[in-house]
Write a protein that binds this ligand. Structure first.
Ligand code: ADP
Ligand code: MG
Length: 436
């Protein structure tokens, strides 16, 4: 006599509180990651247990059963032990109010089956997805075993004919199958909606951050123009002044340059996206950058050596890649100071997991870095230099990341630094390479 209609009604009653919870709690504005609202979980469970009991599933003439146990599990797991225990003991009260005391035969077994959720409840949040799903299948199965034992006892010891009929046995089997699926679906929905709410909060946060950084970028841009004007005039006056004033002017000029550097580094940072996507001839690019930097390097007492002959191509923004490499080379030169060191640039194609990458290695024998310094690389305004901005590497990191590449620093204090950059390689047909 198990009816599909009854099963569907019970199914709906179990799923509805999840959506109500989403509507009343998760979809509200949260400033930080949302927390479970235990009280609401408890209240919704109580309400729906009551509705569950109003529309029980009639298995046979004298046997009716509901999905309410699932709401008890859910209340224990998501509402905590205290809320769970309140909900567990509210059920017999509801049954007493709606029917009479004789229907309480199952209750001790329900109580036993609640032991497992009560045990795992405090750790439930920290469980992995898979463990949660496994447990939410196990719980209804344990309940089924309890109830089937009860029915078996009634059928054999007390000789209740009704429980021996094939139809009843079939109905009970179907009932417990649907019960298990419902529990799994209930937990899945809860987890899914909760995760969604968490993602929403994170998105709101990053949206805010985006707005602020865009605002800052436009301010930085506006500040640069007056700076240029000031710099021009100071330079004009400097030529006419003499003595201490001239020294002061020089100081003003260097500080203005520093401000200018910070602003242009910041602006590079605020626009890390690749603006153009073109085929870049890395061999050419590396040689070009080295030529560009070699005068600066030799002035600082460093020797720049490039060893790249293999033809390599990647796709991206030429100017950005150039900027990234210049930042790294500049750091290398600055690390060498007066000790007359070298900076070596090497590059080759490397195959990794069926994909080809360009590995660029920039090696210097400068001051090197300690473990702690290495960990802080790429953080904004982290600089050990008197005139450093601490933005160069942050820009470099974000450029490499935007090109789907990786960057790694190996360094030893006093010995030197090795920078490894991996960029996805692009395959050029032979005839096309000539045109570039
Ligand atoms: P800045 O160069 O303006 O200080 P960066 O972001 O370019 O800022 O670099 C941050 C810090 O990382 C530097 O101040 C320096 O201490 C350290 N660093 C970077 N590259 C090297 C290197 N090749 N050798 C030693 N230290 C380095
Ligand atoms: Mg730098």
């Amino acid at each position: 006599m198990l009816q599909l209609k009854d099963l569907l009604i019970q199914f709906a009653i179990i799923i509805i509180p999840v959506f109500l919870y989403e509507m009343f709690w998760l979809s509200r504005y949260h400033n930080t990651s949302p927390k479970q609202n235990r009280l609401l979980v408890g209240l919704l469970s109580l309400l729906n247990i009551f509705i569950c009991l109003l529309y029980p599933i009639q298995i046979s003439d004298n046997m009716a059963i509901t999905f309410s146990i699932l709401l008890m599990y859910s209340a224990i797991l998501y509402g905590g032990r205290v809320i769970g225990i309140i909900v567990i003991f509210a059920k017999p009260l509801f049954m007493y109010l709606l029917y009479d005391i004789s229907v309480l035969k199952c209750f001790p077994f329900e109580l036993i089956s609640c032991i497992l959720p009560l045990i795992v409840s405090p750790q439930w949040v920290s469980f992995s997805r898979r463990k949660k799903f496994a447990l939410s299948i196990l719980m209804p199965i344990l309940y089924a075993i309890c109830i089937i034992c009860l029915l078996y006892y009634e059928a054999t010891v007390n000789g209740v004919k009704e429980y021996q009929s094939e139809q009843t046995i079939l109905s009970v089997c179907i009932f417990f199958t649907v019960l298990t699926i419902t529990m799994l679906f209930h937990v899945y929905l809860r987890e899914f909606l909760f995760e969604n709410a968490e993602i929403r909060v994170q998105m709101q946060k990053s949206e805010k951050l985006n707005m602020v950084s865009e605002l800052a970028a436009s301010v930085a841009h506006e500040v640069r123009n007056p700076l240029t004007v000031v710099r021009g005039f100071i330079q004009l006056i400097e030529n006419q002044e003499s003595g201490t004033n001239r020294e002061y002017m020089k100081l003003v000029l260097t500080e203005l340059d520093r401000a200018e550097n910070i602003i242009s580094d910041y602006l590079n940072l605020a626009r890390p996206q690749i603006e153009e996507k073109k085929i870049i001839n890395m061999t050419e690019q590396l040689n070009e950058v080295t030529t560009l930097m070699s005068t600066y390097a030799s002035l600082q007492g460093a020797f720049l050596q490039v060893n790249v002959t293999e033809k390599m191509f990647t796709i991206g923004d030429r100017a950005k890649i150039k900027q990234a490499i210049i930042n790294i080379l500049k750091n290398g030169v600055e690390a060498i100071k007066e000790t007359k060191g070298y900076i070596k640039i090497e590059a080759n194609i490397e195959k990794m997991r069926d994909r080809e990458y360009i590995r660029i290695v920039v090696k210097d024998n400068g001051v090197g870095m300690s473990r702690g310094q290495l960990d802080r690389l790429g953080q904004p305004f982290y600089s050990l230099k008197e005139k450093g901005t601490g933005l160069g590497l942050m820009v470099t990191f974000s450029i490499i990341e935007a090109h789907k590449g990786t960057i790694e620093y190996l360094s030893e204090e006093g010995k030197g630094t090795e920078v490894h950059i991996l960029l996805p390689a692009y395959h050029m047909e032979e005839e096309n390479t000539e045109e570039l």
